[in-house]
Design a protein around this ligand. Sequence first.
Ligand SMILES: Nc1ncnc2c1ncn2[C@@H]1O[C@H](COP(=O)(O)OP(=O)(O)OP(=O)(O)O)[C@@H](O)[C@H]1O
Ligand SMILES: [Mg+2]
Length: 447
Amino acid sequence: MRALVVDDEQNIRKVLNALLSENDFEVHEAAGVHDAGKIINEYYFDIAVVDLRLSDGSGIDILKAVKEQSPDTVVLIITAFASTETAIAAMKLGAYDYITKPFNIDEIRIVVKNIKEKIALQKRVNELEQYADAYRNIVGKSEAMHRMFHIIKKIAPFDTSVIITGESGTGKELVAKAIHETSRRANKPFMVINCASLPAELLESELFGYTKGAFTGAYASKRGLIEEANSGTLFLDEIGEMPLSLQAKMLRFLEDKKIRPIGSSSEIDVDVRIVSATNKDLTGMLEKGDFREDLYYRLSTFEIKLPSLKERKEDIPLLIDHFVKFFAKKFDKNIHAIEPAFIDYIMQQDLKGNVRELKNIIEREIILAENGIIQISGRCPAPIAAEQNYITHRIPENGMNMNEYLASVEKELLLKALLMSGGVKTKAAELLGLSFREFRYRLAKHK
Ligand SMILES: Nc1ncnc2c1ncn2[C@@H]1O[C@H](COP(=O)(O)OP(=O)(O)OP(=O)(O)O)[C@@H](O)[C@H]1O
Ligand SMILES: [Mg+2]
């Protein structure tokens, strides 16, 4: 946090500096209006302590300048002349409080402490506002997402089972985690198993555990994931892939809340909330007998259907922003601009892989970004176009006029570049690797 102290008396500056430093502020000092003006333009201040009467002008001007630069800065006025009028004028202009000189150091200490708390609170509010649309890292402001946040909030506190459906990459796992983290089980384990990743027997031993010697290869006993998740949440990902034989065993566990590890003769009581996910049409599987109906009803007390990205395009810019920040931080890159054309381009894509695909695209873009800009132009298919032209060039049997031919190619490329750059000639020139002068010259040549 940064503080500015403006007073023409050096001693007072010293005292205030010490006090603010004590409170973890990085302190800058100014002796008057002129000095202060220069510093204000350079830094953001969380707090400014300003004397009203300065040798080269009025503290009110500093107050105004600070508030213009950064309305959030807390300004504390000091005045030797306890004229309430100027103090009130200052408060009207946005000062936070005023103290009269000669002041008692403890009085200031309390005010500074209060201000520090106010600043911390404001920071928190800003943060929350920034993420007002994000629920537990889930970014989205579309109506569909708001509805989903609402459902998560409603059902999270209860132990009911939830099934999350949606296309690949729509955030099913993220939602499962959010349900866990907002439930009363939040500080208990959250275990994940992907039912598609293991063959039937392995999946069973992973889930239920086994005793030493239960089968060949069981050299030691192992606790199953269900037991590991005890008192917490178990996330069964890709539940549609669970083999029928195991489905029966799962159903028994869900009904009795007991498990028996493979090879064990005794049962263990477990209290686990089940959240599952699938991108398959389970109801279709029910009809064909590929998924047990009784298990399905056990798992799906609630169903959360995640919308595909296509159904909530308005979230795309928000997600781009979110992932740009995420990867810029991860790769320690300073990204200060995203070309609007890039966002348009992404909006036009058919993102079948939904949010995951978008995330991957942004990761690549951040790695490729130069000069802190994410842009679509400059990465145009110019070389490919040239290649295609090259491939189609043919010399007719009876010969050709090469110069005329080249001129027509040149004209075509100039036009294409202009189209791609939206008519911006400097950009079009860049696309073709020409200087602006040369581009203009060639353009004039072709009228
Ligand atoms: N709304 C969102 N806000 C921020 N990040 C998201 C959002 N949705 C998904 N993601 C991110 O996208 C990636 C894919 O999400 P997730 O793994 O939850 O998808 P999924 O539906 O489980 O996909 P699959 O069916 O392929 O397993 C993750 O890195 C996740 O953090
Ligand atoms: Mg998943």
